[in-house]
Design a protein around this ligand. Structure first.
Ligand code: BTN
Length: 272
């Protein structure tokens, strides 16, 4: 049964000090970090900051990290459970790549987060196109990348929000069969500050690395599978045949046509 009041004293103590110290251990001495014990959504905080004259002038990348969110958001307008037992972080930066890069940044961030979770937990992390991290067939984490374009269509900024279930959680009924957390999978109570710093280090070093797509493909558990493609106005069965270099999902429909899916509006369900 979902217990909203589950005691969070058995989580680690995620504080500004613990984050600063872990960021220093990863040689991220100069990173701009904004920490919140509780906030609505770190993506929302990052986007508000991107609108300030301060950020418009300096454009320095920044991290927004919260121990708890009251309005955590996921893709397709869904909410993201942010009950204080996970890590909720957002990276704000000025992209160097074009608008079509939102998907590429998402898949790279997924690989970076997967590596960090594996390193600290020992769990094998798989990826579900386009933004989900899975362990043992259940969702452990999700990524929400959002950007804003100027009048010419150039990306002014991007925020990459990552939410990871860290400590054993009584998921609400609708999630209990499909979601998991690091502690339940590995038996380890990891340090969220250490996880945040590892991910931050990966984002700073590898977010522009186009070769990460090969690792994304290797970690993807959809390639070769029959799936249901769900679009806003229709859904239909297909087989996943690959992921291209731009991170689009390649599917073969029942009538033999090949489609490339790159819209953030599409979701994919695997047939069991
Ligand atoms: C998804 O599962 O569809 C994506 C979930 C993304 C959740 C993270 S938590 C940090 C950041 N803030 C948010 O409101 N969402 C992202």
């Amino acid at each position: 049964m979902h217990d909203k009041n589950r005691n969070i004293s058995d989580c680690d103590n995620l504080t500004e000090d613990s984050i600063v110290s872990c960021f220093e251990s990863e040689s991220l001495h100069k990173a701009q970090v904004f920490f919140f014990d509780e906030t609505d959504s770190t993506n929302t905080r990052a986007k508000l900051y991107a609108d300030t004259s301060q950020w418009k002038e300096n454009g320095e990348p920044a991290f927004f990290i919260a121990a708890k969110q009251t309005a955590g958001r996921g893709r397709l307008g869904r909410s993201f459970l942010s009950d204080g037992r996970g890590l909720y972080m957002t990276y704000l930066f000025r992209p160097t790549e074009s608008l079509g890069s939102v998907l590429r940044y998402t898949t790279r961030a997924a690989v970076i987060a997967a590596r960090a979770v594996e390193e600290l937990s020992g769990c094998e992390v798989k990826l579900k196109w386009v933004n989900d991290l899975y362990v043992s067939g259940k969702k452990l984490a999700g990524i929400l990348a959002e950007g804003r374009t100027d009048a010419s269509g150039k990306l002014e900024y991007m925020v990459i929000g990552i939410g990871i279930n860290a400590f054993a959680t009584d998921f609400p009924e609708e999630l209990s069969e499909i979601a998991t957390d690091i502690e339940s999978e590995s038996g380890r109570k990891i340090s969220r500050a250490a996880l945040a710093a590892k991910i931050a280090s990966g984002l700073c070093s590898y977010l522009s690395d186009s070769s990460l797509i090969s690792e994304y493909r290797k970690r993807s558990f959809l390639i070769g599978e029959r799936v249901n493609v769900i679009k806003p106005t229709e859904s239909y069965p297909a087989t996943v045949i690959g992921i291209d270099d731009d991170s689009a999902l390649l599917i073969k429909c029942e009538n033999g046509t090949i489609e490339s899916l790159s819209s953030g509006e599409v979701s994919i369900r695997k047939f069991n």
